[in-house]
Design a protein around this ligand. Structure first.
Ligand code: SF4
Ligand code: SF4
Length: 433
C-alpha cells in the first residue's frame, strides 16, 4: 500500500513539474543507448520519467529495482536534447539518486568513497599506486604475454584491459610545475584545472594540454590544491559533498585572477560550468559561482576562441574522433576539437554516430557490465569502419572505455586526447629546426 506521499517526501528530489508534461511520444527511445541495448521500457527515458512520476505520487517505493533503474541511466543527455517538451530524464535520474541517498543512506562503501577518498587527491593517488606498480614493474606485460587474464571472468579481464597503456607512477600534479610561461608573445593568463582521473591516469594528456597552452602564448598557473570537480559525487547521490568541492574550487581558482580556467576533461568542464546551478540557493556562493563558470573553457573551445597558432609540423595520421557526451551535448562543443585536430595536420575520418555514448559513464563497466560493453561494441563497429590508427577524444572516461574497445577488437590503434596530437605537431617543428 502506498501512502500517497512522495517517496522522497520532505527532502530535495525530483518534483512533479519536472515530469508532468511528458506526452509519452517515445521520441527519446530512438536515441537512448540503454533502451537500444535492452529494448525494455524501464531502461528508456520515457520509462524512467514514468517511474519517477510514480515515486513522486507515492505509488512506488524506493526498492532495489527502482534504484537500479535510476542507476542504469548513463546521463548521456541524448534524450534531453531530443525531447520536444523539455523533459530532462538524465537530470531526473541524478536527482532521484540524491533523494534516495537522503532517504536511505547507503552504508560503508559509497560514503567512504565520496566523503573519504575523492575529496583527498593525495589519498586517491596513494590508492592507485598498486595498480601503477602492477603496470610499471613489468608484471602486467608478463601477465598479458602468458595470457593469465584469459582465465579471469570477462568483467575482471575487461577492467584490467581498460587501464591506460602506461600508468604514471607519480601523480600528474607532482610531474607538472606550478607555473609554465608563455612561448613567444604572451596572449593570455590562464589556470589549468587538473581533474582527479587525469591526475592519476592520464599524465601524457595533461602535460600535452599545458604544452599546447604555452605554445599558444599562455602563461599557465597549475594550482595543485584543486579538488575533484564533484561529478562522481553527483552521479552517486552525494550532491552536498559535490557542493563542498565546488565551493573549494571557486575560492581557489577565482582567487588567482586569471582570464580563463581551462580543463581538458569533458566531464570536469560540464560540472564546473554547472556550479551556478548547484549553488543557486547558497547566498554566499551563488554569484561567485556565476563569475567562476563564466571563465571555464574546455581546451579546444579556448584555443579556437584565442586562434590556434599553426604548428610548422604535421601529424599526418589517420584519426577518428569520438564526441564525449559531456562535451557535445552538455557544453555544445563539437566543431572545436575537430579544429584542433585539423590544426595538428591529421587526416580526420568521421565515424558514424560519433556522438553516441561509448557506454563508459564513469563506472558502468563495473556496475552494469553487460550493458556497458554492449554499447561499446556498437561504438567500436563505427570506429573500426574508419580504419583509423588513432582515436581522439577529450574525456578520460571515454578514453579508457575506447582503449578497452580497441583491445577487445584487437585493433592496431591508440587512443589519445586531441591536445596530444597538437602538442606532437608543435614538437615536430622543434625537432626539425
Ligand atoms: S521524455 Fe520527452 S521525448 Fe520522451 S516520451 Fe516524454 S515527452 Fe516524449
Ligand atoms: S541520459 Fe542517455 S541513457 Fe539516460 S535515459 Fe537519456 S538517453 Fe537514456
Amino acid at each position: 500500500m502506498h501512502s500517497g506521499k512522495s517517496a522522497w517526501d520532505g527532502v530535495e528530489g525530483p518534483t512533479e513539474e519536472q515530469v508532468a508534461y511528458c506526452i509519452r511520444c517515445g521520441l527519446c527511445l530512438s536515441v537512448c543507448p540503454t533502451y537500444k541495448e535492452s529494448l525494455r521500457e524501464t531502461e528508456s527515458p520515457r520509462g524512467r520519467v514514468a517511474l519517477v512520476a510514480k515515486a513522486i505520487e507515492g505509488e512506488l517505493e524506493l526498492t532495489r529495482n527502482f534504484k537500479d533503474h535510476m542507476y542504469r541511466c548513463l546521463a548521456c543527455l541524448a534524450c534531453t536534447h531530443i525531447c520536444p517538451v523539455g523533459i530532462k530524464p538524465a537530470e531526473l535520474c541524478l536527482e532521484a539518486r540524491y533523494a534516495i541517498e537522503q532517504v536511505q543512506p547507503t552504508p560503508l562503501l559509497k560514503p567512504l568513497l565520496f566523503r573519504g577518498i575523492f575529496p583527498r587527491t593525495g589519498l586517491l593517488e596513494l590508492l592507485t599506486k598498486p595498480v601503477a606498480l602492477y603496470d610499471r614493474s613489468g608484471v602486467r606485460k608478463v601477465v598479458n604475454a602468458l595470457g593469465v587474464t584469459g582465465v579471469l571472468p570477462s568483467q575482471l579481464r575487461d577492467m584490467e584491459r581498460m587501464l591506460p597503456n602506461r600508468l604514471p607512477w607519480r601523480g600528474t600534479r607532482h610531474q607538472l610545475p606550478d607555473r609554465v610561461l608563455a612561448r613567444g608573445e604572451r596572449r593570455a593568463h590562464v589556470a589549468y584545472f587538473l581533474g582527479c582521473v587525469q591526475g592519476v591516469m592520464m599524465a601524457e594528456g595533461c602535460k600535452a594540454t599545458v604544452e599546447v597552452l604555452a605554445e599558444n602564448g599562455c602563461d599557465v598557473v597549475i594550482p595543485k590544491q584543486v579538488k575533484c570537480c564533484g561529478m562522481p559525487m553527483v552521479g552517486y547521490g552525494f550532491k552536498d559533498e559535490a557542493r563542498q568541492m565546488a565551493r573549494h574550487n571557486i575560492d581557489l581558482l577565482l582567487g588567482l585572477n586569471v582570464e580563463a580556467i581551462i580543463t581538458d576533461c569533458a566531464t570536469c568542464g560540464s560540472s564546473l560550468k554547472e556550479y551556478p546551478e548547484w549553488l543557486e540557493n547558497d547566498p554566499e556562493y551563488a554569484e561567485r559561482a556565476k563569475q567562476f563558470a563564466a571563465k571555464v573553457r574546455d581546451i579546444s573551445e579556448f584555443l579556437v576562441e584565442l586562434g590556434i597558432r599553426p604548428p610548422a609540423g604535421q601529424v599526418g595520421a589517420r584519426v577518428t574522433y569520438h564526441d564525449p557526451c559531456h562535451l557535445c551535448r552538455a557544453q555544445g562543443i563539437r566543431s572545436q576539437p575537430r579544429e584542433v585536430l585539423r590544426a595538428a595536420g591529421v587526416d580526420l575520418i568521421e565515424m558514424k554516430e560519433s556522438d553516441t555514448c561509448c557506454g563508459s559513464a564513469g563506472t558502468q563497466l563495473i556496475t552494469h557490465y553487460h550493458t556497458s560493453v554492449g554499447i561499446l561494441e556498437r561504438k567500436m563497429d563505427n570506429v573500426a569502419a574508419t580504419e583509423a590508427e588513432i582515436i581522439a577524444s577529450g574525456c578520460p572516461g571515454c578514453q579508457m572505455q575506447l582503449n578497452l574497445g580497441v583491445k577487445r577488437r584487437g585493433l592496431d590503434a591508440r587512443v589519445v586526447h586531441p591536445s596530444q596530437l597538437l602538442a606532437q605537431a608543435y614538437r615536430k617543428k622543434k625537432s626539425d629546426e
